[in-house]
Write a protein that binds this ligand. Sequence first.
Ligand code: FAD
Length: 484
Amino acid sequence: MKIGIIGAGAAGMAAAVRMASRGHAVTVFEANAYPGGKLSEIRLGAYRFDAGPSLFTMPMYVDELYELAGPERTPPLPYERLPVVCHYFWEDGTRLKAHADAMDFAREVEQVLGEPAEHVLRALEDSRFKYEATGRIFLEQSLHRPGTWLSGSVARALPKIPRLDLFSSMDRVNRRMFTNPKMVQLFNRYATYNGSNPYKAPGLLNIIPHFEYHFGAYHPQGGMVAITNHLVALAEEKGAQFHFNKKVERIEVQNGRATGLWVEGELHRFDRVISNMDVFFAYRKLLPDQPAPERTLRQEKSTSALIFYWGIRRTFPEMGLHNIFFSEDYRAEFAHLARGEVYEDPTVYINITQKCDPADAPEGGENWFTMINVPYNSGQDWDALIARAREQILRKLSRMLGVDIRTLIECEEVLDPRTIESRTGSHLGALYGTSSNNRMAAFVRHANFSNKIRDLYFVGGSVHPGGGIPLALLSAKIVDELIA
Ligand SMILES: Cc1cc2nc3c(=O)[nH]c(=O)nc-3n(C[C@H](O)[C@H](O)[C@H](O)COP(=O)(O)OP(=O)(O)OC[C@H]3O[C@@H](n4cnc5c(N)ncnc54)[C@H](O)[C@@H]3O)c2cc1C
């Protein structure tokens, strides 16, 4: 078949590998001059930064693409498992190194925070239980096909529902697990892995720590952008053709079927169309004459981010690849986000790939990807918010690291919800499509196919099973199975 793909984001690239590996003729149109969408890079002088995602989990979904492509192809993506997942910093001077090994992590928590090691192991066991009960249903299959609900995995999950914490928030579950508020905060942070609010999101989302502690956290050699470069090379090797600077203008629909794509006024005919662009804009821009699933498109969005890419002329041995500087009042921070505001004492995340790839910064320097969670764009005065947040972040980091960070910044670039939308086509700059704050979120997310237009499929963070690289890759797997 001839397959047309709109967008070369993580899911678009994975779909291209899968379709081309099945022998289909694949054409990918990408609006940007480069592939990857959010999974791309930024260079500032001698500093290199991953533009968006920085945490790589569940690499088996990338490995799987190499396995599908067959033995005669370029070597797979090189990556290493991190021995320390994250460095945590609190305002009172407490610092915690979260080891990847569960037992080491539990011991460190007991030593530093006085929280019994068995509480950590119990929380991780709860996370494993939830993942094993529901992961296959919610992540690996279409929720919109009757076959999923008649499957054995659903039958096996039913008796486990009372232990899935569908009616408690993540925060409530974590308060049940831990006595030390710092541990509650640390485990609440996992809500941000899909742009949610731990005080609203169901306790079922406590499956997320399992991704990090069981499957592991990884660093691809050369940074996250290496995933993009490898997937494009793999898809091209299987015969897929990528066209950059080619924005799709319209999906051609004839007799209820998607039959082609309009690019620069020219119609390209296809047997199947796969859209990797944000599903909101797919309906609004490419299908303006078709009825849109308005309720689905109106779902609350996930949070967005404000990122300062800073070239820092100093090294900080106390920091690692992933670092979190917590706010003093996490609940207040999320209450602000829920109201569309930026909190004055935000939790700051710093990713420093130079720790693993020294070439990402000049000798004696570090590349700081400095990010805070902010609400999606609803017309706030971003210029004023950015200026204020920058000062607050600099004051906080200088206080917590005991050095004036302002004087160390050699170069800077900023990404905010407006530019996330303009660069990657994400509606309102949401990082992960719709939020998972509601326990029905998984069911109201857009399906991986259109039930009105035949031969039209959807992949990527704005559709089932949701945002984040592993889920975006899984959306391509689901579509591959649907088309097959
Ligand atoms: C700052 C930030 C931090 C993040 N951190 C993490 C993390 O640590 N770990 C993680 O797993 N995930 C993280 N994420 C989320 C992750 O990046 C996304 O879920 C994932 O990359 C989404 O991939 P996608 O397939 O939906 O494509 P996208 O990256 O959304 O790309 C869509 C592509 O479609 C193209 N496009 C749109 N419209 C058209 C058109 N009309 N014609 C042609 N092309 C078009 C766009 O140009 C873009 O290239 C983060 C995201 C951001 C922004």
